[in-house]
Design a protein around this ligand. Sequence first.
Ligand code: UT7
Length: 324
Amino acid sequence: MTRLQLKQGPAATRVLGVGSYQPDRVVTNDDLSQLMDTNDQWIRDRVGIIERRFAEKDELLVDMAVTAGRNALADAGVDVSEVDTVIVPNCTMPAPIPNAAAQVADRIGIKAPGAFDLNAACAGFCYGLGVASDLIRSGSAGKVLVIGAEKLTDVVDPVDRANAIIFADGAGAAVVGPSDEPGIGPVAWGSAGDLVDTIYMRDHRYIYQEGQSVFRWATTQIAPIALRALELAGLEPSDVDVLIPHQANLRIVEAIAKRLRAKGAREDMVVADDIRYSGNTSSASIPMALDHMRKAGTVKSGDVVLMVGFGAGLSYAGQVVICP
Ligand code: UT7
């Protein structure tokens, strides 16, 4: 009988480096209050955002992804010739084809890699990291560049005060490669397609969300996913040094942290609050927060980082990562 040959990769993977990019244009809450009925105090109190970045009209998702990807490669000290797979989690490309990944790879100088976009909305980066790690472990890929990138200002009604105050633009990336010691835990993922109507693109144009329904879901259903990711990695809540939930709303971030602390997470666990100066950048928010926190020194090499993403789909995913 004919028997197919299979490949076998290394047992473990890790994040080798991270990088991010944000557009130059800073938009304050006061700027937004010129356009719609909102105010700085309400946004700070209810969402936690102080300012965010908006891309210019001619600055595209692909442009932001290229810079974030280059920054992650430089941080990892990995040459473009070593990367054979590029994944770009996103949900805001202007059209379904072409995808972002192939052109991003080409502009970075990665020759003929496997390249695809992955849409799990705000959970996209954690989905992408899980896929990258397993591609390497199966022998299908050597080193993978995962870049969460979004231009949400293209799909948000600029005067819709439920969404325009939250969403922003940017990109965050990680280089994933083989490792002697496990540096990326198994992914805990899932979906709730029965709640699809709570966030969607209305008339294929602008994001609509039932803010309160999503808020309730996120504050009750996401901490258990984070706990499952810990269990899959064989860790306890008290092992977590840094918690990076998707930066959707600071009140959601704090609610997840509170639930984890009730299960034994430490009081001194560092909790990402990157949303304060970055807004909600969907699939970019987690890697961007990690990059900013490393640069600020709030996360150190070797720290146990628990990530969890959630959003439209509804989709969710989380895993433990050892900080590079
Ligand atoms: O990233 C993908 C996943 N998305 C999320 O996780 C988002 C989850 N949802 C949320 O973060 C929140 O629901 C929002 C930030 C979207 C909205 O906050 P909220 O606290 O749920 O506001 P609300 O819609 O319940 O409105 C509360 C009050 C209302 O006034 P009254 O009726 O109580 O007098 C609104 O009219 O706040 C008012 N309001 C605002 N006021 C100033 C709503 N939006 C604004 C605003 N500025 N932008």
